[in-house]
Design a protein around this ligand. Structure first.
Ligand SMILES: C[S@@+](CC[C@H](N)C(=O)[O-])C[C@H]1O[C@@H](n2cnc3c(N)ncnc32)[C@H](O)[C@@H]1O
Length: 229
């Protein structure tokens, strides 16, 4: 098996090809999908390994074509991805097969992608009320009755690392749900967390303020944090 950095670098190459294909697909289908930069995600995963080494369980909420999912798996974390868009789940699965074929994911590391909603049913009414208050487009904050957790061998309480790159409009709802449901000692990997929590997206006067208060653990573009003591 290649050393960690080389493995991650090879996964980045798989993701870059996938992103290019998705760009062409988006031009045709307008899915609105944007992937976080694989190279920046690589740096964050390397930092995570120093802060909280594998083994562990990582979940990628809204995994798209699998940027965090696959880099976390290549680093040695059991990795679970949830994605509402079936076409993106297929992409993530193809990228996973490729990474496995190239020997980039250590033996024994579990990786699964589930199609469906990452919010549990108890959040439905509050999520729709939040979306309506903000006049958010339902396509950027979709409600889907098929709950992905029902198809997965783990529950939110089992997770050690939570990754999610939310659209700006949904960030406050998402963070408040994570504050309620994510394990207290989880590490959060949240691109844009500081920008969203300090920026205009969180300052609207309606709805409850952000309650997920995190201590920063790194300086990279993917914010790594844990709950403030
Ligand atoms: C900003 S993209 C991030 C994609 C990828 N994780 C990354 O970091 O590049 C947000 C993703 O979350 C998915 N998504 C949004 N709401 C969701 C939900 N409630 N359940 C599952 N997936 C959702 C979208 O389809 C989209 O692929």
């Amino acid at each position: 098996m290649l050393p960690l950095h080389e493995r991650l670098q090879r996964v980045v190459e798989i993701l870059k090809i996938s992103n290019k294909q998705l760009d062409e697909f988006r031009a045709a289908e307008d899915t609105g999908f944007v992937s976080f930069w694989p190279e920046k995600t690589l740096l964050a995963v390397e930092e995570l390994v120093k802060i909280r080494p594998p083994p562990g369980i990582s979940v990628d909420l809204g995994c798209g074509n699998g940027v965090w999912l696959l880099l976390a798996a290549a680093a040695g974390y059991d990795s679970y991805g949830i994605e509402i868009h079936p076409g993106l789940v297929e992409c993530a699965q193809e990228n996973l097969e490729r990474a496995r074929f190239e020997g980039l994911i250590p033996d024994g590391v579990k990786v699964e992608v589930a199609v469906g909603n990452f919010y549990p049913p108890k959040e439905k009414a509050a999520m729709i009320a939040y979306r309506d208050e903000r006049n958010e487009n339902p396509s950027s904050m979709p409600w889907e009755e098929d709950i992905a957790w029902d198809h997965m061998p783990i529950a939110m309480q089992d997770v050690d690392i939570v990754y999610c790159w939310a659209w700006p409009g949904q960030s406050r709802f998402l963070y408040n749900w994570l504050e309620r449901d994510a394990p207290k000692d989880a590490i959060f990997a949240l691109p844009a967390y500081l920008r969203y929590t300090q920026g205009e997206h969180m300052n609207a006067s309606f709805h409850e303020p952000n309650k997920l208060v995190l201590t920063k653990l790194n300086e990279s573009d993917v914010f790594l944090g844990k709950r403030a003591e």
